[in-house]
Ligand binder design. Structure first.
Ligand code: DHB
Ligand code: FE
Length: 280
């Protein structure tokens, strides 16, 4: 049986990639954020996962507004990054875990989550930036990938309740996987931010704290807000918390311990946070 070691949730702001490319990790603007990854590096070295299941949202690199699946699961042998126009390097390819992907897809459909299955998928900064943060300076990524894309871009979005249920269904799939891989679940994006409109620059530390304080112990509490209420509280792009909520669901219903937490305002326009959750 696969072993779920724990979960990492983190921000995916593109300018982090620029800071890494320019070796700015120790710069006073950046260091309060990058310091949060010292613990992550040690934790990953200790636990050495084989596979990561990543919940994130595509921002227009793979899916565009004309065709936007609510939930999509990658089933490719390899995933590539491409230029999104942020001035970032194009990141090295990501090795897939297609057999596990198909197992998850089959299990999800069996559980009545009728997901889109993608045998080709580009992955954008929502996935590449967390990889760069977690495994800096490696020649090849040391883990295989199952990407799960949640629509947080084109309304109507799935509810937080549905995203938590999706994550729980992924947990159910992982519990019945025959392989012996060590699996880490990752959720990316958030926390509060709004990039456009009259409230551009909006950040809400009170709502962020509510999410951080309850994610491990009572994730259902985060699902009481409708998407509209989440937008009001967390900003138009703060709805990326849906990826964190799904990732939390995929960790299952065992008691969890928050092994580390870093919260820093702002990185670019975003309240940046990184947490590790592991079985208590
Ligand atoms: C920013 C944040 C995001 O989540 C994103 O996808 C792009 C940009 C930002 O704060 O600049
Ligand atoms: Fe984003």
């Amino acid at each position: 049986m696969a072993r779920i070691i724990g979960g990492i949730a983190t921000t995916h702001v593109p300018s982090i990639g620029k800071a890494i490319a320019d070796h700015m990790e120790k710069d006073p603007y950046w260091s309060p954020f990058f310091k949060g990854f010292d613990f992550v590096h040690g934790w990953l070295k200790l636990h050495r996962p084989d596979v990561v299941v990543v919940f994130s949202n595509d921002h227009g690199l793979n899916f565009f507004l004309d065709k936007m699946p609510t939930f999509a699961v990658g089933a490719a042998a390899e995933y590539r990054n491409a230029d999104e126009g942020w001035g970032l390097p194009v990141y090295k390819p990501f090795r897939g875990a297609p057999e596990l992907s198909w197992h998850i897809i089959e299990s999800l459909v069996d559980q009545e989550f009728d997901v889109t299955m993608c045998q080709e998928m580009l992955v954008d900064h929502a996935l590449s930036i967390p990889f760069e943060l977690a495994w800096p300076d490696c020649d090849a990524w040391p883990v295989r990938l199952v990407p799960i894309a949640i629509n947080t871009v084109q309304h109507p979005l799935p509810s937080a309740k549905r995203c938590l249920a999706l994550g729980r269904a992924v947990n159910h799939a992982l519990q019945s996987w025959h392989g012996g891989e060590r699996i880490v679940v990752i959720g990316t994006g958030g926390l509060s931010h709004q990039l456009d409109g009259q409230r551009a620059g909006f950040i809400n530390p009170v709502y962020d704290r509510f999410c951080l304080d309850n994610l491990a112990s009572d994730p259902d509490l985060l699902t009481r807000d409708s998407v509209r209420q989440i937008v009001e509280k967390g900003g138009t792009q703060g709805v990326e918390i849906l990826n964190w909520i799904a990732a939390r669901g995929a960790l299952g219903d065992l008691a969890l311990h928050e092994a580390s937490r870093n919260y820093h305002i702002p990185i670019s326009n975003t309240a940046a946070a990184t947490v590790i959750l592991e079985p208590a």
